[in-house]
Design a protein around this ligand. Structure first.
Ligand SMILES: Nc1ncnc2c1ncn2[C@@H]1O[C@H](COP(=O)(O)OP(=O)(O)OP(=O)(O)O)[C@@H](O)[C@H]1O
Ligand SMILES: [Mg+2]
Length: 219
């Protein structure tokens, strides 16, 4: 059974003191586990906002967002608890070493095997010899590999990634994106990636192009 994120006729805008910034109007799309999706489009089109809405981090101004997990409708908080996030700036905890960063989401859920599971994920991303390094002692690519592993460590249903390769050189980007797609295929989760990289977008099964408030889907 697929878990789903159903966006129906959603609209979003931001009001500033001078103006209203209209992002989109009447967008509908359903995202499912087992599916990889790229969200592309020009800067400022609203891609990150759309990702936040799909991930249940933000509510749209108009329309409805429905989440189902194991065939039951759940709220945004539950979807978030079943999701992993990857950002352009890595966002690792600076005071924790690599294995500590990986173990943290599991420890927060009271998982007693946190460090063993973290160690196995360190190995999966090829960084077992960096376990005791803190983020500032790691390269950008190494930090992002840790962040990818951290996103997957709690067996999420969905992974949301916003420009995950935006700060990496071409070779490191390839490496990080193959990890994301391999793990998504292995675990059967849904993978939603906002990206400016054509190469990365082409790795996804579907592409959503957001431009001038409209959504164009291509398979
Ligand atoms: N909290 C906010 N308050 C006011 N305006 C906002 C807010 N967040 C985003 N915006 C505006 O909404 C528009 C869309 O922002 P968003 O970050 O979703 O775009 P994006 O497509 O992700 O762009 P980029 O590719 O540059 O990351 C932008 O014009 C931005 O300035
Ligand atoms: Mg953005």
């Amino acid at each position: 059974m697929h878990d789903t994120i159903e966006l129906k006729q959603i609209s979003h805008h931001f009001d500033t003191s001078e103006e209203r910034i209209e992002l989109f109007h009447g967008l509908s799309h359903t995202i499912r586990t087992g599916e990889t999706l790229a969200i592309v489009g020009p800067s400022g089109a609203g891609k990150s906002s759309l990702l936040s809405i799909a991930a249940g981090l933000e509510a749209p101004v108009g329309g409805t967002v429905r989440f189902t997990v194991d065939g039951r409708e759940v709220d945004a908080l539950t979807l978030r608890a079943n999701s992993g996030f990857i950002f352009q700036q890595f966002h690792l905890m600076p005071e924790l070493d690599a294995i500590g960063n990986l173990a943290l989401p599991l420890r927060l859920k009271g998982n007693r095997a946190a460090f063993d599971i973290a160690a196995s994920w360190l190995e999966k991303v090829g960084l077992e010899d960096r376990a005791r390094h803190r983020p500032h002692q790691l390269s950008g690519g190494e930090q992002q590999r840790i962040a990818v592993a951290r996103a997957f460590v709690s067996q999420p249903r969905f992974i949301f990634a916003d420009e995950p390769t935006g700060n990496l050189d071409a070779r490191t980007s390839e490496n990080v994106s193959s990890l994301m797609f391999d793990f998504a295929a292995e675990t059967g989760c849904g993978l939603v990636i906002v990206t400016h990289s054509k190469r990365l977008a082409l790795c996804a099964q579907k592409s959503l192009r957001l431009e001038a408030g409209r959504l164009e889907v291509s398979a």
